[in-house]
Design a protein around this ligand. Structure first.
Ligand code: ADP
Length: 355
């Protein structure tokens, strides 16, 4: 049967004693896509991955791999590659033999095996490292060997659990682009687990945000970042200002809301009819404006934080604290703490949240 989904999860749950690690998850993962599961520690990401890999049995629900129900198959009978944070290389095997391992298990003939191993090592930039032992490699090189070992046998999907967690920031960013480039070149489906929101946004076609064993939101990185549906997603994926409002009226120019500081403003059209609600306003959506501009809002700078490529300012907007993030290009003209400023934001950048 042909299907455009590499993985289909249906009502998947996993309970350990009285802990519901994964609760009723249903999700289709497109073939050839890069999908990241992101959420705080304990949100069920590893348990979910472990069930897809076949290391943990679901308490209920099904897992399909290219349309075939693999829920009850042992891990060895699922054609899946895995990469973990701790590399898990065999210390007593050379780089060549580490990568050859999954092919030997599959009884591949020696000639094909040798050429496959060389090809895989070349793909991860480790040509010439065949005879080394894992302990003679840096962390980044070890992770490349683990990666080569995970895809050398042509798995239907690659599962990665915090694979870059042990690397320093620069190497991590470098490896992110390498993994992404490799995934595109091999056209392999990747399911990636991370708690690093920047990593998930940078690498993925789709981001699945989890908390308490449940999916909170699924979408393309820009969509979940710009259109978070809940307070949890808005706060977990980046920084935001949460604005609580009361609905005052539904005027001709759109619904009118009032903030806790008494300021009235036009609400987005798609808010519900509830008497009150919350909006998300990303700090980078707020600009400093000309005080003479009509409709701008007057505030006072309370705190500035220099971040290199940008500056974060906490302002007092008539009793309401707001964070504003300014790019380096406008930073030089930014007034100092205690000065009055005018703020401007686009109505379209106010995002109504469910809860
Ligand atoms: P994450 O990967 O998002 O950090 P996990 O999937 O590791 O989350 O854990 C989800 C929940 O399940 C946590 O509350 C964790 O303590 C619990 N859990 C995970 N594995 C086990 C286990 N083997 N036995 C008992 N509880 C577990």
């Amino acid at each position: 049967m042909t299907t455009s989904h590499v993985i289909e999860l249906k009502s998947l749950s996993k309970t350990f004693g009285n802990v519901k690690a994964v609760s009723d998850i249903s999700l289709d993962v497109a073939d050839g896509s890069f999908t990241s599961f992101i959420g705080p520690s304990g949100s069920g990401k590893s348990t979910l991955l472990s069930m897809i890999a076949g290391f943990d049995q679901p308490t209920s629900g099904t897992i399909r791999l290219h349309g075939k129900d693999v829920s009850k198959l042992p891990s060895s009978e699922r054609n899946i590659g895995m990469v973990f944070q701790n590399y898990a290389l065999f210390p007593h095997l050379s780089v060549f033999e580490n990568v050859a391992f999954p092919l030997r298990v599959r009884n591949m003939d020696a000639r094909t095996l040798t050429s496959r191993v060389h090809e895989a090592l070349e793909s991860v930039g480790l040509k010439g490292f065949e005879a080394r032992w894992p302990k003679q490699l840096s962390g980044g090189q070890q992770q490349r060997v683990a990666l080569a070992r995970a895809f050398v046998f042509g798995p239907e999907v690659l599962l990665m659990d915090e694979p870059l967690g042990a690397l320093d920031k620069n190497l991590r960013e470098h490896m992110q682009s390498e993994i992404k480039a490799l995934q595109r070149r091999l056209a392999v489906s990747v399911i990636y687990v991370t708690h690093d929101q920047g990593e998930a946004l940078a690498m993925s076609d789709n981001v699945v945000v989890m908390s308490d064993g449940r999916i909170q939101q699924v979408g393309a990185p820009a969509e979940v970042y710009r259109r978070p549906q809940s307070k949890f997603v808005a706060q977990f994926l980046g920084e935001t200002n949460l604005l609580e409002y009361d609905l005052v009226s539904r005027g001709l120019s759109g619904p009118i809301g009032r903030l806790a500081n008494g300021a009235a403003f036009v609400l987005p059209d798609n808010i519900t009819d509830a008497a009150s609600g919350t909006l998300s306003l990303r700090p980078e959506e707020i600009e400093f404006a000309d005080p003479a501009e009509s409709g701008c809002r007057h505030a006072r700078i309370e705190e500035t934080v220099f971040l290199g490529d940008c500056m974060r300012c906490r302002v007092d907007y008539q009793g309401l604290p707001l964070w504003v993030k300014l790019p380096a290009t406008v930073m030089r003209s930014v007034p100092r703490v205690g000065q009055n400023v005018a703020l401007h934001w686009n109505e379209a950048s106010l995002v109504p949240l469910d809860d």
